[in-house]
Design a protein around this ligand. Structure first.
Ligand code: ATP
Ligand code: MG
Length: 225
């Protein structure tokens, strides 16, 4: 089964006004379970828009998105929130960590609404931070760590609820090439553990590490099927 399928997807911002933008134009994409796909394309070509549709963060103008075979337009807000928090791990260029919290606290945060004890949460957060090589940074806050370390915390946080797939928008965009490669190595390892991964990147060298590269040009997607 496909992990993700986009069928004839359109996203038009400010439709019918002079500021209209056709950000996605009839996009068709299939990503199989266990695949690692890179989305590349120029600035403004629609990459983040597409990722936001796949992550159920925004609603398409036309067309449908299926996640594990379910058309997400048929879900109510509660069900959508459930998919976003349980199935999908999000990673962003700017990390989006909470600056006043330590690594452990940031990773524990998404577990709060799950029926876990405080001790279980703490143990799991430690295990996830160890997995990304941050066993020495449990109590560090974002401003006490490098960009690469912050991104590793955000990956650990994205893993908190055992997602079946991960969406990463320019995860290496704020990092030098060495740290970028380290993040890619971590993502590749997670992919070997059966997490489906879709990343958006400007960087051809990063993109080539994936199983498959799909290209966005002015809202149209090539090689999506
Ligand atoms: N909320 C919005 N309202 C109006 N237009 C938008 C909005 N978000 C994006 N756009 C427009 O849609 C188009 C696609 O934007 P998108 O952010 O998806 O591009 P991108 O490929 O991710 O670019 P970048 O590489 O710079 O991040 C652009 O023309 C952008 O200006
Ligand atoms: Mg973008």
């Amino acid at each position: 089964m496909d992990a993700v399928q986009c069928k004839n997807l359109w996203k038009i911002y400010n439709a019918g006004t002079p500021a209209e933008v056709q950000a996605l134009r009839n996009v068709n994409l299939r990503v199989k379970k266990g695949e690692f796909v890179s989305i590349v394309g120029r600035s403004g070509s629609g990459k983040s828009t597409l990722l936001n549709m796949i992550g159920a963060l925004d609603i398409p103008t036309k067309g449908s998105v299926f996640i594990d075979g379910v058309d997400i337009s048929t879900l109510d807000d509660n069900q959508l929130a459930g998919i976003r928090s349980k199935k999908i791990g999000f990673v962003f260029q700017s990390f989006n960590l909470i600056n006043s919290m330590t690594s452990l606290e940031n990773v524990i945060l998404p577990m709060i609404f799950k029926g876990m004890s405080g001790k279980q949460r703490m143990e799991k957060a430690k295990r996830l931070l160890e997995k990304v090589g941050l066993e020495k940074k449990f109590h560090a806050r974002p401003n006490e760590m490098s960009g690469g370390e912050n991104q590793r915390v955000s990956i650990a946080r994205a893993l908190a609820n055992d997602p079946t797939f991960m969406l990463a928008d320019e995860p290496t965009g704020n990092l030098d090439s060495k740290n970028g490669k380290n993040i890619m190595d971590i993502l590749k390892k997670l992919n070997k553990d059966d997490i489906t991964i879709i990343i958006v990147t400007h960087d051809q060298r990063i993109a080539r590490e994936a199983h498959r590269i799909v290209r966005m040009t002015d809202g149209e997607l090539k090689d999506g099927l």
